[in-house]
Every structure is written in C-alpha cells, then in structure tokens.
Design a protein around this ligand. Structure first.
Ligand code: B3K
Ligand code: ZN
Length: 885
C-alpha cells in the first residue's frame, strides 16, 4: 500500500499565489549523469493576493540542493527547510532575488518528466508539474515569468543546444565545451519551459506572416531521419496560414522550432517556440508511415502550433482549467483538418473517437466533468473528457453563436486575455459578451459529468400536416454527482421526404417556412415538445446532424427510415450513423442467436453503398466498417465478449462471401500503382480498397489470399503493407509467420515501423495471441522504458484486442497487472494509463468481474505505488452510492 496515502487537490481551494516571479535566469551545466542547475529568480509579493506571514514555499522534487541565497547572501541550512517536494523560506522580503543551485540526474529519470535522457539526447517535459524536477520554483500556471536560459555542454556530444525564444549568445569554452543563451520575451508559465541538447540536424524553411514578419522554421531530428520531415514542415506552414485566416492569429517569435524525440509520454508538447514531439508525430516517408500517421502528423503539428495562442499567450489559471487550452485547441485542430481535408469524413472520425473513448470514460468510475473539481494526480486528467468533450463544448458554442459571432468572440478572448492565466468561465464570458446571450445554463456542461441521453419520439398527423417531436434528456448519476440538471444544447435537425429531399421547416407559431435544410433547435429542459407545421408527408428525421452535441440520441427508426438516410442524407454523420444502427441491429440478433440469418435487405443495402459511385470513398470506408467490438460491448447491459467477437466475425465472413464480386472490383478499381500521396482522395481509395480486402479475407476467398500476398510483397507504401500484413497474420499459418519475419528483417533499424510490427501481433484475433505477446516482452527490441514500445505491445493488446484481453480465464488481466506493477516505479504516467483498461470491470459478467477486481486489488496492495496508479486503482474500486459502470 502507498506509504503516505496521497491527498486530493480541490478546485475550490484555489488561491492566487502570494508571490510572483517576474524574471528567471537559468544556467545549466549539462551532463546526463549529473547536471548542475543554477536559478536566479526575481520574486515579489503579489499585490492581488492576501498578505500572509512572508513564508515562501517553492515546489521541488528529486533535486539535490547545494546552495540558496537571498539577494546575494548565502543562507545557512537552518534558514530554510527542505522537504521531498518543497523548499520553504520564512519571512522573505517583499521583493528580492533568490538564487539556488541544484544537481539533477537526467539518466536516472525514467518517468520522462523534467530533464531526461532520450537516446543520445537530453530533453525536457514540464507539463504539468515537471519543472519542479529541474529547479525550485512556483510551479503553477498562474505564475508567468520571462526566461533567460544558458546551456553549457560538451560540444562534441551536444553540438545543438536549444531553449525557448531567440538565441542571444553563443561561444566556445575551454575543454571542448560550448555555451548558448536563449531569451524568451514572452512571459510564460513554467510548464512551457523546454531545453534540448543533442547531435541533431535540421530542415529549415521560412514563413512570412500576414503582417510581413519573417519567421525561420526548423525541424530538428537525428541526422538519419532528415529525409522524413517534409510532411511535418508542410503541415506547419499550412497550419500557420490557416490560423491567420480563420482565427486572425499570427506567430510572434522570429523562430519556430520542433524537435523529434523517441522517448515521450504523450504526442507532443507546445513549449513556447520550441515544440518537443514524440517522433511518431514528425517522421513520415511513404514507405515507413501509414495514411493514418500522415494525418496524425498534420493534426498534431497543427495542434501544438495553435497552442501558441490557445494555451501559451493565454494560459490556464490552474490545472482544473486544462480544457480551456486543450478543448479549444482540439476544436481548432479539428476545424483545420476539416478545412484542408474532407469535412464530413473528419467529423465522422472525430465522433467515432469521442464515442470510443469519451463516452466510456463518462460512464466509468473515473467519470469527471470537463472542468474537474478534484484530482490526486493531474497527469491522470489529460483525458478524452478534457480534450475531446472539451472540444465539443467549444463546437456547441460556435453552433449557438454562428460563425460571425463566434469569430468575434474568439477575437475578444484573444485580446482581452492576452498574457493572462484564465478560466473556462472567462472563455464563455467572451461568448456572452459579443452575442448578448445568456450562457449560464450552458456552463453546466463544464461542471457536470456524464453523457446525456436524448430520447426522441415523433408523431405525424396527416390530417393536420403536423410533425411533432417530444425530446427528453436523461443523465445517469456519476461518482459524486447523484443528481443532474438538464443541459442547454443545440440539436441540428432536418426532415427528409420519402425521396430523401430536405423539407422546408416551419415551427408552430412561426410566420413562414425557412429554406429547406438544417435547423438548429435549442434544448434547455428535461422535456421539450416541438411541432412542425405544413409537413406534407410523413418525414424521416435526420437527427443531431453533424453530431451537434455530445449526446446519445435514441429514436425508434424503422429499417426503411435508416435505409433512406443511408442512401440520401446529405449529412455525413447521419449517413454513417444510419449504417451503424443497421449493422448493430443485425449484430445484436446474431449475438443473441448464433443461428440467426443475415437479412437479405441488409446485404443489398451494403451492396448498394459499396457500389455507390457518388460518395466520397473515405466516407464510404467509414460507413462500411462494422462497429468495433468495444462499441458493440458499450451498447449492451453486460458485455458479451465472446458473443460479440463471434457475431462480428461471422457477419464479416457472410458479407465477404455474398459480395465477393463487388468487393473484388472495388479492390481492383482502387488499387493504383501511382506515386504515393497522402491526399484525401488517395487516402480514401486506399481505405476502401483495404476494407474490401479485409472482407474478402474474412470470407476465406482464395483470390483474396493471392491479392493479399501480392499486396504485401509489392506494396509501395506502408498503408498497404501494414494492411496486408495484419490480414496475413490473422489468416495465420506460414503466410503470417513468413510475412512477420520479412517485415522485421526489412525494418529492423526503424523503431517506428517496429512499433507497428509489435502492434500487429498484439491485436491479432488469433487464439494464441496472449502467449505471443508475453513472449514478445523478451524480444531484444522490446523495452519497458520506451512509451511508444509499451503502447505498441501492451497498450495495443489491452485496449484494441477485447476478445483476447478479456479471455475468460483472466490471463489478459493478470498480464496487464503484471506490466502495471513493473512499470509503476519506472514511469507512473504510462502505468496509470494502462491500468485504465480495467476500470470498467463492472460492465462484465460475474466471473470476469471477480478476475478483474482481483488484479486491481493486487495492484493496490503493492508496497509502493505512485499517486498516478493509486488514483486509478482506488477509484476503480470505490463503492459509491451509484457506482458508475
Ligand atoms: N499539452 C501537452 C500534454 C502534456 C501532458 C502532460 N502529462 C500536449 C498537448 O495537448 O498539446
Ligand atoms: Zn494540447
């Protein structure tokens, strides 16, 4: 058990800092074993805070303190107090200079927070609370300071020395060392500090901002990776232009640097002027990276760039406000990708992600509001709720205000709060101030957890030509929130006639009908009744168009209605959703009755969609993908792990058999040999082609196996290669084994490709997968110290292979718990994240519940446990009055 039980931090306890730090001067003598950090802080009392007794408590962890001085006077040890997480000074003056000198040990830092070693480089990660592992500081986002940073290191080993801002000095020192100084003119919170030391090369480009300023753009990588940075650079330039055009935001420094590192806990980090990236989100070449990788890079490069305004110049007052920057920035990157790619497809992908990660989280023991009220460990709150539901809240505000007012509101936000650390409430106030609307009720979205259900009933009165809707909201209790309040939300709706044409809509009491198309209704109450008049025929409602609110709609559609929506709806989300409801209906019947027939009309509808020449191919690929096993499980009272797996495989097989000719021609029509390009059109064609191949392989068609072997052997890009490899491995036998061997041989020097090699094996549905995954832990390429590797093997098995992870004998659960216990002392963030795979144990049958519970208890019983893992494990077992499932 954790020795001193960690205590929660509460939002209500927020107080402005008693002291501020205006300027920071840092001097690093860099060495992987032993780095010396000298800090000189200009400290003063905060006039806006209540005056205390002059005690200054600085955060600091794992620092060997050597010296403390106030205004140049060295303090005796009796004049300060050092604790494991702090340095306390009593009765300090109202304004003074504080000098400290500490030693830190980057090569022992396996948690990858603070200053650490990644391969031959030194790098930093300070968000959320990593800066306190570098030096003593007020490590909270509402303390914003200007930084000057001097880096000293051996020039042979670390020829490149980078930090935030502009380079202001550079010189050689004795003994082969050199010194570089950086100055960042913009005040920033400590979590945005960064430094890099390494033997790196850069590709360089330039960007001229809207007002004519010239900016140097650099991407630093290890020299052998220089040939795979172009896509990242192009993405950066697109993002910079887009932010000027769409949000009026210009870049503000003379240089923008991106560095790719191979050991990184998250995707990337938006440090001011010096983004540090997981190399997975920088490096791409057609033969090494998939379409998904290319799109991921474009999105993440944009996301981190957009943070320069939504996050850096305007930051969070405290970590409860994390969604202020993350929700808004995700919204911005989603809109960017929609604009440069295909809007409908992007929306479907975002909704799929939200439903796959955020909805389950919202009904789990870790459910929390977008603005949480408490946490043990903030690193556990970089969640789908804060990021993706947070983005939906911004999107709803944009919908409620409309594009012009929303732009005015963001302009106001950026000017009003530039240079400040603010709250989500401040953001909403800008929306209110420009629109004159009252968003008091809307704010509940930030404070209330749980996914609302919308139960919608409709009645058509042919005689009166009216169509009335009854819409009821329901929100299940979540931990600590037994009672919920109704939410204010935009419901986008259209009514289609039997030919699939949109009707002009007029609500009762309105003078005239509007143009045919989408109508935004605003819901505020538990129950809303609406009546459309002059409705000539019984319409089919196209509900929640564009997924206008993060809710679960329930409407009792007839199969014919769904077929109509699937065929005719102009809204991509609605078409995709109609297909999914149809598939889900067929699958639930098959789960309940293994002998059930697949209805012929369903197969025909599938055939119709597959051969529809009109539709965007990427959207078609989304529409024709069966709902995932996890999604199907989420829709059930108790997850039927084996039934779902069996039914889904059977349906794939049947569709593959019945549609073999159509699938073969879709495959052929989209199997181009032209040069690889990650354009939306080409990506869509590859997605559709590989989807077709998947169905064909499921049916065990001999021609499919030939095509699959040929595709694997001859693929000119990683998307096709990995798609074929995955299918061959699932097919098994000699084909799978030899493909895996060939793939490893070819890519053994490419860590990011080897990650894929591990993932393919971890997610295979073959029966012996757990044994294979366990064996792979001993593979010379595997390491628990590299988060990408851990995610590619352990993470992939536990989150993307439900049939094997949830094996009835509990082997998967034991495997996970063993890894969590091994990882926790090394890297608590990654350990805690893995453990989340067990958090919804109450959703399973009694046998599995008991097995999962046993493993969580075993983790909680460990001698020492990080606060990260402790929080997840203890919340998983918490018995609340309304245990969320
Ligand atoms: N802001 C970082 C996340 C930092 C995670 C700290 N545990 C990446 C991003 O959202 O842009
Ligand atoms: Zn972010």
């Amino acid at each position: 058990m954790y020795r001193d039980t960690p205590h929660p931090i509460h939002r209500r306890d927020y107080r402005p800092p008693e002291f501020l730090i205006d300027h920071v001067e840092l001097r690093f003598d860099l060495d992987p074993d032993r780095t010396r950090v000298e800090a000189s802080l200009e400290v003063r009392r905060n006039p806006a805070a209540t005056r205390g007794d002059g005690t200054l408590r600085l955060h600091g962890e794992q620092l060997d303190l050597e010296e403390v001085a106030i205004d140049g006077h060295r303090l005796a040890p009796a004049e300060y107090r050092v604790e494991p997480d702090s340095l306390t000074l009593q009765r300090v003056p109202d304004r003074f200079r504080l000098d400290t000198r500490v030693r830190i040990h980057p090569n022992l830092n396996t948690a990858l927070e603070g200053l650490y070693q990644s391969g031959d480089m030194l790098c930093t990660q300070c968000e959320a609370e990593g800066f306190r592992r570098i030096t003593y500081f007020l490590d909270r986002p509402d303390v914003m300071a200007r930084y000057r940073t001097t880096l000293i290191a051996d020039k042979g080993r670390f020829p490149v020395l980078l930090s935030n801002g502009n380079r202001v000095e550079e010189r050689e020192l004795v003994d082969g060392r050199h010194l570089v100084s950086w100055e960042d003119p913009f005040p920033k919170p400590s979590y945005l500090f960064a430094l890099i030391a390494g033997d790196l090369s850069a590709i360089e480009d330039r960007f001229t901002t809207a007002s004519g300023r010239d900016v140097v753009l650099q991407i630093f990588v290890e020299p052998h990776n220089l040939d795979r940075c172009d896509h990242a650079m192009q993405s950066l330039k697109k993002a910079m232009r887009w932010d000027e055009e769409r949000f009026g935001r210009e870049y503000d420094l003379d240089v923008y640097m991106i560095v790719a590192v191979s050991h990184f806990n998250m995707g990337a980090m938006e440090n001011k002027g010096l983004n540090v990236f997981n190399d997975k989100f920088v490096l791409a070449r057609a033969d090494t990276a998939t379409d998904e990788d290319f799109q991921g890079i474009e999105g993440v490069i944009a996301h981190e760039y957009f943070h320069n305004w939504s996050g850096n110049r305007i930051t969070c007052r405290d970590w409860f406000q994390l969604s202020l920057k993350e929700g808004f920035t995700v919204y911005r990157d989603q809109e960017f990708s929609a604009d440069v790619g295909s809007r409908g497809v992007k929306r479907v992908a975002d909704v799929r992600l939200l439903q796959a990660h955020q909805f389950p989280e919202d009904s789990s023991p870790m459910a929390h509001p977008v603005r949480p009220d408490s946490y043990f460990e903030i690193n556990n709150f970089y969640t789908a709720t804060v990021y993706n539901k947070g983005a939906e809240l911004v999107r709803m505000q944009a919908t409620l205000l409309g594009p012009e007012l929303f732009r005015k509101a963001t302009d106001l936000y950026f000017t009003r709060h530039d240079g400040q650390a603010v709250t989500t409430d401040d953001f909403v106030r800008c929306m209110e101030d420009v629109s004159g609307r009252d968003l008091m009720q809307f704010r509940r979205w930030y404070s209330q957890a749980g996914t609302p259900h919308l139960h919608i009933e409709a009645a058509y009165d042919a005689e009166r030509a009216t169509y009335s809707l009854l819409i009821r909201q329901a929100i299940a209790p979540t931990p600590g929130e037994p009672d919920k309040d109704p939410l204010h939300l935009p419901l986008a709706i259209a009514l289609l006639d039997p030919q699939g044409r949109e009707l002009a809509l007029r609500l009762e009491g309105e003078p005239n009908a509007g143009e045919p198309g989408t109508r935004i209704l605003e819901l505020r109450d538990w129950e809303t009744r609406l009546c459309f008049v002059d409705v000539p025929v019984r319409p089919v409602p196209s509900l929640l168009r564009g997924f206008s609110a993060p809710v679960q709609p329930r409407f009792d559609y007839g199969d014919d209605d769904l077929l109509l929506l699937l065929r005719h709806d102009s809204d991509g989300y609605s078409r995709w959703n109609a297909a999914r409801i149809l598939m889900q209906r067929v699958l639930s019947t098959m789960i309940a009755d293994p002998e059930a027939e697949v209805p012929g009309r369903f197969v025909e509808a599938f055939r119709g969609a597959l051969t529809d020449p009109e539709t965007d191919k990427a959207l078609l690929a989304e529409v024709l993908t069966l709902p995932s096993e996890s999604f199907l499980g989420d829709q059930m009272e108790t997850v039927d792990v084996d039934g779902i797996h069996r039914a889904r495989n059977t349906l794939r097989e049947i569709l593959g058999e019945r549609l073999v000719e159509e699938l073969l021609s879709v495959y052929r029509d989209n199997a181009d040999v032209e040069r690889y390009a990650p354009t939306p059109d080409a990506i869509g064609r590859r997605a559709l082609k590989n989807l077709a191949l998947g169905y064909l392989m499921a049916a065990g068609d001999a021609r499919a196996l030939t095509l699959c072997r040929a595709q694997f052997a001859g693929a000119g890009n990683m998307t096709d290669a990995i798609a074929a490899l995955r299918l061959l491995v699932d097919h098994g036998g000699e084909d799978g084994t030899s493909a895996l061997e060939a793939f490893h041989r070819r890519w053994s020097k490419e860590p990011l490709v080897i990650d894929k090699w591990f993932s393919v094996q971890a997610t295979s549905s073959r029966a012996g997968t757990l044994g294979i995954v366990t064996g792979l832990l001993q593979h010379p390429d595997f390491s628990l110290r590299n988060p990408n590797r851990v995610r590619s093997l352990v993470g992939a098995f536990c989150t993307a292979n439900p049939a094997r992870f949830h094996a009835r004998d509990g082997g998967g659960y034991r495997f996970l718990a063993d890894r969590v216990l091994e990882l926790d002392p090394l890297n608590p963030q990654i350990a805690a994240r893995l453990l989340k795979a067990l958090i919804r144990w109450r959703r399973y049958d009694a046998g599995r519940q008991a097995l999962m519970r046993t493993e969580i208890e075993r983790i909680l019983a460990a001698e020492e446990l990080s606060s990260d893992t402790f929080e997840v494990a203890s919340k998983a077992l918490e018995d609340t009055e309304h245990p969320a499932r």
